[in-house]
Design a protein around this ligand. Structure first.
Ligand code: CAA
Length: 379
């Protein structure tokens, strides 16, 4: 077991940290307020090799390991979780092609993301099927060598700005997970209509919306894997990306801790700095120990995946533990800041709003507990 980052990871961490300090933190509050998508900043992240990190080096990409992506994600999330979500979402959208696509499909869809700045969305959730993936309703009807996709996808990150989507649809709703297929669909394919952008509580810089597919014609060459393999492709994708949500959570919680330490040193009450009081120290100590535990669990799951081990249970543990810890840390941060913490003058209320989404997306934390529980019982 290694606890220190090697030189390459340290350099990546430094790049991502500088990007967060110089490009993300200065604009985070404005984009939180306006909800405007910070395209230029995300493009800058791409130029630095922080977007589409999963594209293998043989295809011209940066080909980061999951561990390395987690290191970078934590730093960007320290700056703004909404921007970090928009950045990491490309890997979520591209991973189905990595785990389920043929060599030709990988060349066609992954390689261009290394050459040009492109945005990608993962279209799995639906208005009536968020947690229950096997219950998705979007139909893929066969029409000669093509499929016609009809249905609505919901809460799609980068939905309004993506150049292409990985989309999950069923050949037959009654066959549950066995009927699901995965497709790659370009944004400009006729029949795609964007829904209204969601007005969210937190992570407001990320573009989240519904997408309607009305008989969208997709050739069989854009189907990933065989018919019926879509559910497995979605699950394998989430196994690989949930550690990154753990990493995002570590970034948010670390920022909350930093802000609280600075405030506890300065803010005075009863004749001394509030950091002198155990009531505050205990909250800081809980934050610090939970951040370290979250980081370790996140890195363990990431390294297991990088080593080719099956890591569903650990990915779910990392996602669930780290995001619950970030929620607690940010609620406590607002408490430490008191009345100030509840205003937009200080950064901690945003951290709290941003943290909440992480307990919901990429599978609610109740779903993570289901995955962990089932794996425990399966032995
Ligand atoms: N890897 C490979 N195969 C897997 C797997 C995995 N991790 N998990 C399950 N499977 C296989 C099972 O072995 C089973 O295979 P067989 O057909 O051979 O039996 C099959 O898939 C069905 O599995 P289950 O019986 O476990 O399926 P289920 O219907 O009970 O559901 C679930 C499982 C874990 C609840 C799943 O539906 C799930 O993960 N739900 C949450 C969805 C989610 O995370 N959505 C997030 C959307 S993306 C987002 O939020 C991101 C964003 O925009 C930022």
């Amino acid at each position: 077991m290694q606890f220190a980052l090697d030189d390459e990871l340290l350099a990546l961490q430094e790049t991502a940290r500088r990007f967060a300090e110089e490009e993300v933190i200065p604009i985070a509050a404005d984009h939180d307020q306006s909800g405007e998508f910070p395209r230029a900043v995300i493009e800058k992240a791409w130029e630095l090799g922080l977007v589409s990190t999963c594209v293998p080096s043989e295809l011209g990409g940066v080909g980061l390991s999951i561990e390395a992506s987690c290191v970078a994600t934590t730093e960007v999330a320290r700056g703004c979780a909404g921007i970090a979500t928009s950045v990491m979402c490309n890997d979520l959208g591209l991973t189905p092609i990595l785990v389920g696509g043929s060599e030709d499909q990988q060349k066609q869809w992954l390689a261009p993301c290394a050459d040009e700045f492109k945005l990608v969305s993962f279209c799995l959730s639906e208005p009536g099927a968020g947690s229950d993936v096997a219950g998705l309703q979007m139909l893929a009807e066969k029409d000669g060598d093509d499929y016609l996709l009809t249905g609505t996808k919901a809460w799609i990150t980068n939905g309004g700005v993506a150049d292409f989507f990985t989309v999950f649809a069923t050949l037959d709703r009654s066959s549950r997970h066995k009927g699901v297929c995965a497709f790659v669909v370009a944004r400009d394919t006729p029949g795609i209509e964007l829904g209204k952008k969601e007005d969210k509580l937190g992570q407001r810089a990320s573009d989240t919306r519904s997408i309607h597919f009305d008989g969208v014609r997709v050739p069989a060459s854009q189907r990933l894997g065989e018919e019926g393999q879509g559910f497995g492709i979605a699950m394998k994708t989430l196994d690989r990306t949930r550690p990154m949500i753990g990493a995002l959570a570590v970034g948010i919680a670390s920022r909350a801790l930093e802000e609280c330490i600075a405030y506890a040193r300065e803010r005075r009450a009863f004749g001394s700095a509030i950091g002198e009081f155990q009531a505050i120290q205990f909250m800081l100590a809980d934050m610090a120990k939970d951040i370290e535990a979250s980081r370790l669990l996140t890195m363990q799951s990431a390294c297991m995946i990088d080593q080719g081990m099956r890591a569903s249970k650990y990915s779910s543990m990392a996602k669930c533990f780290a995001t619950d810890a970030a929620m607690k840390a940010t609620v406590d941060a607002v408490q430490i800041f008191g009345g100030n913490g509840y205003t937009k003058e200080y950064p901690v209320e945003k951290l709290m709003r941003d943290a909440k989404l992480m307990q919901i997306y990429e599978g609610t934390n109740q779903i993570q507990r289901m995955v962990i529980g089932r794996e425990l019982l399966a032995g």
